[in-house]
Ligand binder design. Structure first.
Ligand SMILES: [Zn+2]
Length: 341
């Protein structure tokens, strides 16, 4: 699921927020376009405007946590506020948001919605530097693109922006304009993304998905069946003998993207032993659809000469937060990559 705890539900309020988003964006988007920037970000037709509204912006407020808040704090710093970047929306962040809103003649309510986001974001392209670039890099990383958060918009960063734009159905120009910001902040672009990623994984012959379990028999919950079900728009099934038996779990697109990129970006040949199936501890990330286990890398078993350290580093670069392997308890024969809840 989304990294943003306050992601709005599909309600009348959300529809309204979408409409407000279009209104709020027309002003700054138009003025940036006049200055020769943000060309691709300006909705020029009713259809594009509608898509723009659908993209929306997340609402962040006191108590929010995660990469969206981290990006917000970097963006506030890029606008002259000075904040410690810690990903937690506390009283200091509220105060700085209010100060920024006041400076922009917005209602100073301390809640970051469409109007505030559209004033905070700035168009970024190759050569840009500073905290706003760090905000974009933080979000790219959270969306599974392998970038360092160093504040320098290099050609390599532009390539990762293009890859993200492609995955989100945006024009892949490598420039972070308002639409790309919204898509980055809003999490995964659409519900279809999960199924599309699963299909791409199935198409990779060098990603071997287990059709049996190491610890029991249940065809419906193997790694391969988990991905097939996801490709068909269903939840992935847990095993009957696990701590959370016989449940359907929506696989997280960040995890699916990470698995795919281990092959398509890093070139590994992989065997995946379990995703949501098998037996894990009760609070395991497997049961949340945000983890997978790898037993073989490039034809070698983990623990018997496979390059597990390199693979573990790649998982981290792809946004995984919980990465375990040989040397960690219970992981002498497999690598576990888990994403944040
Ligand atoms: Zn695991």
């Amino acid at each position: 699921m989304s990294a943003f705890p306050t992601r709005p539900r599909r309600t009348a309020a959300r529809l309204l927020a979408g409409i407000v988003a279009v209104g709020a964006l027309t002003g700054p988007a138009a003025s940036l376009a006049a200055a020769g920037e943000l060309r691709t970000a300006v909705p020029t037709t009713a259809k594009r405007s509608a898509r723009y509204a659908a993209a929306g912006w997340p609402t962040l407020k006191a108590g929010s946590k995660g990469t969206g808040v981290t990006a917000l704090q970097y963006l506030l710093n890029s606008r002259g506020q000075s904040l410690t970047v810690d990903g937690a929306f506390g009283p200091t962040t509220t105060a700085k948001v209010k100060a920024f809103q006041k400076s922009q003649h917005l209602a100073a309510d301390g809640i970051v919605g469409a109007g505030t986001w559209s004033k905070l974001v700035t168009t970024l392209r190759s050569g840009a530097n500073g905290p706003a670039v760090k905000a974009a890099q933080t979000l790219l990383k959270a969306r599974g693109q392998a970038v360092a958060v160093d504040g320098a918009f290099t050609a390599a960063v532009a390539d990762r922006v293009k890859a993200f734009q492609k995955s989100a159905g945006l024009a892949a120009d490598g420039v972070v304009g308002a639409r790309t910001w919204a898509a980055l902040l809003n999490g995964t672009p659409s519900g279809g993304n999960r199924a599309a990623l699963a299909k791409q994984i199935l198409a990779q012959k060098q990603i071997a998905l287990a059709t049996v379990h190491p610890g029991g028999k249940h065809a419906g919950s193997t790694a391969r069946q988990n991905i097939i079900d996801t490709a068909n728009g269903k939840g992935a099934l847990t095993s009957p003998w696990g701590d959370k038996p016989n449940r359907r779990v929506a696989l997280d697109p960040r995890m699916l993207n990470g698995l795919l990129k281990l092959r398509t970006q890093y070139g590994y040949r992989l065997s995946v032993s379990e995703i949501v199936g098998g037996d894990h501890s009760g609070n395991s990330r497997h049961y949340a659809g945000i983890a997978f286990d790898i037993t073989h890398i490039n034809g070698r078993h983990v623990g018997s000469g496979a390059p597990h350290k390199q693979l573990m580093a790649a998982c981290k670069k792809l946004g995984a937060q919980e990465v375990l392997g040989p040397g960690d308890a219970g992981h002498s024969r497999h690598v576990h990559c888990g994403w944040s809840r």
